[in-house]
Design a protein around this ligand. Structure first.
Ligand code: HEC
Ligand code: HEC
Length: 252
């Protein structure tokens, strides 16, 4: 295969990036990410050994939080969102207050350039701002509850969403780490907790984990939002979490 320069690698994976951003991305990466994700992006930085779950191996190209089809690479915007917000309940920090928007984009493009190359994948779920959230209501939650049962989400997440379904104890990710299904009553979502975030999570699934993609089994918008509202309604004690995490609780 013809050797590609760094600039062209980047333009393949993230067309919006200017070549100059890659050098910037590398500087930011070495400063802020390398200790966990490794100089070569293989997830084996010096700090990785202690961590569970392990930092992502970017070379594999398998990402949990995507707006794209299961098995596809994420969009640049997906990576920017993850790096900005961090991943709750793991060692992946939030960088939005630590770097400029330009640096966030540059380092996200650099991360994507470690992975497989090719066309920018197709967007499956519209950007959060462009999604039309169908309103929550008792009827929607009831519809969501019925879907939760018929789609057997409870096999993993438990009949009442406590993360204690019959398949929960055997849930493992690609690295063989135990990956508990989310306990919806705690409501601390890794991929974001707004209705649009939860919608994206179960439409696209979380690659590398047992959490499947439900885009095909739920073609109707109304069903998708019904499930979002039902699942979010299972979270308890928002007051406590507001106290713990400040004004930006997981429900906002
Ligand atoms: C203290 C360790 C640590 C540092 C520093 C760190 N990360 Fe992570 N990162 C993690 C861990 C752990 C995960 C895996 C979390 C999981 O699997 O739920 C992760 C996951 C990710 C993911 C994967 C998201 C997905 O969709 O699967 C991206 C992208 C990412 N990190 C980017 C970065 C970038 C960019 C930086 C630097 C600006 C950075 N990380 C710094 C620990 C770290
Ligand atoms: C085969 C087991 C399994 C089934 C079935 C399943 N899930 Fe999951 N789900 C998981 C696992 C495991 C995780 C946690 C992955 C992680 O933390 O990396 C998860 C996480 C989630 C998350 C949270 C992601 C986040 O941001 O933290 C949502 C929302 C979710 N599932 C919704 C659903 C819904 C709705 C259904 C049914 C339509 C469903 N799941 C069916 C295993 C499953």
């Amino acid at each position: 295969m013809r050797a590609l320069g760094l600039a062209s690698l980047l333009s393949l994976s993230a067309s919006a990036q200017e070549p100059a951003d890659l050098a910037r991305g590398r500087t930011v990466y070495r400063d802020a990410c390398e200790t966990c994700h490794g100089r070569d992006g293989d997830g084996r930085g010096p700090s990785a050994r202690e961590l569970d779950p392990k930092p992502r191996n970017f070379v594999s190209g398998s990402f949990k939080f995507r707006s794209t089809e299961s098995g596809e690479r994420p969009l640049l915007d997906d990576v920017v969102r993850t790096v900005s917000t961090g991943i709750r309940g793991t060692w992946m920090p939030s960088f939005e207050k630590l770097m400029s928007p330009a640096d966030l984009r540059a380092v996200s493009g650099y991360v994507l350039a470690f992975g497989p190359k090719g066309e920018v994948p197709e967007r499956l779920v519209p950007a959060s701002a462009e999604l039309t959230v169908l309103p929550d209501s008792p009827a929607m939650r009831e519809r969501g509850r019925a879907l939760y049962e018929s789609l057997k989400c409870g096999q993993c997440h438990g009949p009442e969403g406590r993360g204690d379904g019959p398949a929960a104890s055997t849930a493992k990710n690609d690295l063989g780490e135990v990956t508990p299904p989310l306990d919806f009553t705690i409501g601390l979502y890794k991929g974001g907790s707004t209705p649009a975030d939860v919608y994206r999570t179960f439409v696209t699934g979380l690659d590398g984990t047992p959490m499947p993609s439900y885009g095909d089994s739920l073609p109707k918008e109304e069903d998708r939002w019904a499930l979002v509202h039902y699942v979010r309604s299972l979270s308890r004690s928002p007051g406590f979490f507001r106290w713990l995490f400040g004004p930006r609780t997981p429900w906002e």
